[in-house]
Write a protein that binds this ligand. Structure first.
Ligand SMILES: *Cc1c(COP(=O)(O)O)cnc(C)c1O
Length: 481
């Protein structure tokens, strides 16, 4: 066998995912330099920003601008969060330089003792955080995690049933412009036309007639609790696998602020930055990790199938610095601070929804059970679009995103909706009073903006300056920590 012909068998031996981590492993850092010439590890990493400024002032300045943008504006994008400095430290560390393939205990390169310990620790902590039996910390993103599961289960042309993009679903769930829509046969289910809620009975009927091999639940714009148990019953009745993509609500799930799909769905996928970790993805399994399936001539477990589809099936070398950062993040999620914060994120979103409702805004479903609020801005004022709301608010220092709403008559580039999310403002320490301030500032902009077309508008100088000043004041009271 040639070295590059990666044999699945070779990587199948390590029983990945079952390796128990020992904190620290064999590595015993001294915290000190060995020789007089050598910098200590800490010194080496401490000088990173100096090195960047000296070598590349242009990028240094761009990063500085981004830091200042973050500090001086209010971040309300529901898909964003703010990781800790400890996570940033792991991301920007020497582990970035280690290359390997395969999994803990079954690698293709030498020198993997330390990174094996790091990945095993990340796996063990991910399992603890979610109460899962199996965790795979290698996916480069949430999209990659979904691609791995789809590729593991489906042959070309086999069927996926998922929530439509225009209904709050994610593009990697079978969107026509994504690999998932290109290689598989996809049908979408919808939310109810009146209530905008998932109609489980309609999903069931569709699943029984379409007979997908994979049913996907989870959304990118849905503000109500998702009943994963019900989805599994539907999948079982239709003879399908169930994948729950919980990217947006993963933090809430860890804290018990939203019911967990682990134990219901065969596969749970998530991005790791949305709950507040480093960029990357994660695949989890409950008891179905040990379910046996045919793979060619052999029988393997579903978790083994996910392993070999991750590598060499879909990805190459893992990003070990991101995996180290995931380990740091999963430890954080076990803290009381993290868990309590997830409940405050929901309280803040409910406060936003409530105050917007009082001011006459059309909040979809009348409120929220999670971290996001969806608002129909077209119903506020004649001609107002999501695009204008996003642009006008950004000029005033309030960063949100336009969002297509279910059954939206406007195009995806204009939309009738806006989506607000509370993970970052909550991380910064803001509470109910600040949510009210944010609503009042938002309202001043959306009522004050002069609409000239779907994307054109005028904003009075005085209004803009006044809102910006208030935003700066608010931000300065809640600096990034
Ligand atoms: C954000 C999101 C993803 C994509 O994650 P990336 O890491 O950005 O690829 C997938 N699914 C859902 C439901 C999401 O919200």
């Amino acid at each position: 066998m040639l070295p590059n012909e990666h044999s699945v068998e070779r990587y199948g031996q390590g029983e990945p995912g079952t390796v128990e981590a020992t904190e620290g492993g064999d590595c015993e850092p001294h915290g000190q330099a060995h020789g007089s010439e050598m910098e200590s590890c800490e010194q080496y990493h401490k000088d990173l920003w100096e090195a960047l400024r000296e070598q590349d002032l242009h990028v240094y300045e761009l990063l500085t601008c981004e830091y200042e943008r973050f500090c001086n504006t209010i971040q309300l994008i529901a898909a964003e969060n703010q990781c800790s400095r400890a996570v940033l430290g792991a991301l920007g560390s020497v582990v970035q330089n280690k290359t390997t393939e395969g999994f803990v205990g079954a690698r293709y390169h030498g020198g993997c003792g330390v990174v094996d310990d790091i990945e095993a620790l990340a796996i063990s902590r991910a399992k603890d955080a979610f109460g899962a039996k199996y965790a795979n910390v290698q996916p480069h993103s949430g999209t990659a995690a979904n691609q791995i599961v789809c590729t593991a289960l489906l042959e070309k042309g086999e069927r996926i049933l998922s929530l439509g993009m225009d209904q709050g679903g994610h593009v990697s769930h079978g969107g026509r412009v994504s690999y998932s829509g290109k290689f598989f046969e996809v049908e979408h289910y919808h939310v109810d036309r009146e209530t905008f809620l998932l109609d489980y009975e309609a999903v069931r009927r569709q699943a029984l007639s379409f007979r997908p091999k994979l049913l996907i639940c989870g959304a990118t714009a849905y503000s109500r609790t998702i009943d994963f148990k019900r989805f599994r019953e539907i999948a079982d009745e239709a003879g399908a696998y169930l994948m729950a993509d919980v990217s947006h609500i993963a933090g809430l799930i860890i804290a018990g602020a939203h019911p967990s799909p682990v134990g219901h769905a065969h596969f749970v996928t998530t991005s790791t930055y949305k709950p507040g970790g480093p960029r990357g993805g994660l695949i989890l399994m409950g008891s179905d990790a040990d379910t046996r399936v045919r793979a060619g001539k052999r029988e393997i477990t579903l978790s083994e199938l996910i392993q070999k589809t991750t590598f060499p099936g879909v990805q190459g070398t893992p990003y070990l610095n991101n995996i180290a950062a995931k380990a740091v993040f999963f430890k954080e999620t076990l803290s009381d601070e993290y868990r309590a914060r997830q409940f405050r994120i929901i309280e803040n979103a409910q406060e936003l929804a409530g105050k917007l409702g009082e001011l006459g805004y059309d909040v979809l479903t009348g409120g929220t059970d999670n971290h996001m609020v969806l608002v129909n801005v077209a119903n506020l004022r004649e001609g107002l679009t999501g695009l204008i709301a996003q642009k006008a608010l950004e000029e005033c220092g309030i960063v949100i995103n336009m969002n297509r709403l279910p059954y939206d008559p406007k195009s995806p580039r204009v939309t009738s909706g806006m989506r607000l999310g509370t993970p970052i403002v909550t991380k910064l320490g803001m509470g109910r009073g600040e949510m009210e301030e944010i609503v009042l500032l938002t309202d001043a902009v959306l009522r004050g903006v002069k609409v000239l077309g779907d994307s054109d508008y005028e904003l009075e100088r005085g209004l803009k300056d006044r809102v910006r000043e208030n935003v700066r004041g608010l931000c300065s009271r809640f600096p990034m920590r």
